[in-house]
Design a protein around this ligand. Structure first.
Ligand code: ATP
Length: 356
């Protein structure tokens, strides 16, 4: 059955990775239809007279709504409204970021073999609810900090940010992570990383909910670490992890660090899943420093696209592309500069097409 994919190429160097990946998938004749919602600067230029919000017009939203999924490059700003819709509008609450060693990739570790874990980052809550303001505004609440033992607004001239963790939001992401651990051909283990010793109310709730849900999955081993301890273990013994769940901000930071274990953000794929929608984007940013040089590593976009194919029920094609990608890395002659090679993005994609 034909599937429709909305493509938002993104900003800076991101389109240089997205375009060849779309070309590659298209060449496999999987019955995919590509549609391009007009967002960001292109949308603004098309409708200069529109009021604010014209970087994400209703027509673009309709294209996304009608598609089965969205492949997103990466945004540095103007296509951000579309990303906000895909994330908060579509309630894609679980950000899945795999970290799997490909023999031949330029990992800085001496023994990267066996690294194969997935970070599931809660994607909607935590410090990223976007509620910040002047500390003085808290005077009316007379909020006393547990550690500082005085009203927070008395700290001085400054700003606050709200960290919000809900039971429902935690339940759904933790259940998602347990289901993933049950489905994966892995170590059948879920690790939870929180700062519950300091943040007893918020991270304490996250951990308690995770412990409660663990009782529903007796076949999956459950363990928890304080997030700073986890960070150290992730570098020292990454091969011991399978699925790791954590609140939004820790997941954001540590999944980029996990990309570092493989030697480049260019290898870090990601998919954001909700109850009835998912979209896929590389975990890295728009790499503005290398925009226009045709050297962006498209691996993160390719692996995001194979996650997307899995989601669309095209698992065989996804596995075929991942096998071919593994051969390109094992061969090593067509790698991009971030992986110690000299190939351009075009040359890398040609080698992948050849391997396919
Ligand atoms: P953001 O805040 O959106 O994550 P950023 O500018 O902090 O953006 P990136 O855009 O991810 O971070 O770039 C960080 C560094 O990693 C840059 O030097 C960039 O060139 C490099 N980089 C990121 N992605 C890739 C990639 N796919 N291939 C090669 N280098 C990359």
């Amino acid at each position: 059955m034909s599937k429709t994919i909305a493509v938002i190429e993104g900003d800076d160097a991101a389109p240089e990775a997205v375009r060849p990946v779309v070309g590659l998938l298209d060449s496999l004749q999987l019955g995919l239809t590509w549609v391009y919602p007009e967002v960001g600067e292109a949308a603004e230029a098309a409708r200069p007279s529109d009021a604010a919000g014209s970087t994400f017009p209703d027509s673009a939203r309709a294209v996304i709504d009608a598609a089965d999924t969205t492949l997103f490059g990466s945004t540095s700003g103007k296509s951000g409204a579309a990303l906000g819709y895909l994330r908060w509008g579509k309630e894609t609450f679980a950000n899945v970021r795999p970290c799997r060693y490909l023999p031949g990739c330029a990992s800085p570790l001496r023994h990267p073999e066996g690294i194969d874990f997935v970070i599931v980052r809660e994607n909607l809550e935590d410090l990223y609810v976007g509620a910040e303001g002047p500390l003085a505004d808290l005077a009316a609440l007379n909020l006393v900090g547990r550690t500082i033992r005085k009203p927070v607004h008395e700290l001085g001239d400054g700003r606050y940010a709200i960290k919000a963790i809900t039971r429902e939001g935690t339940e759904r992401v933790v259940s998602f992570a347990f289901d993933l651990a049950a489905k994966r051909d892995g170590k059948r283990k879920l690790t939870c990383a929180t700062k519950h010793n300091m943040l007893r109310g918020t991270d304490g709730l996250f951990l308690n909910v995770a412990r409660e849900i663990a009782a529903d999955y007796p076949d999956i081993e459950f363990e928890s670490f304080i997030v700073d301890d986890f960070a150290c273990r992730m570098i020292r013994e990454p091969e011991r992890f399978d699925v790791v769940v954590m609140p939004n901000q820790y997941g954001d930071i540590l999944s980029d660090a996990a990309g570092g274990l493989l030697g480049s953000l260019g290898l870090a794929a990601s998919g954001c899943f909700g109850s009835d929608y998912a979209y896929f984007e590389p975990a890295h940013g728009t790499a503005p420093d290398i925009a226009g040089s045709n050297i962006i590593n498209p691996t993160a976009t390719i692996l995001s696209a194979t996650m997307m194919l899995d989601y669309l029920g095209l698992e065989t094609a996804a596995a075929r592309i991942e096998d071919a990608l593994a051969r390109v890395y094992a061969d090593g002659s067509a790698l991009t500069p971030d992986q110690g090679g000299t190939a351009t993005t075009t040359e890398f994609c040609a080698a992948l097409a050849q391997a396919l």
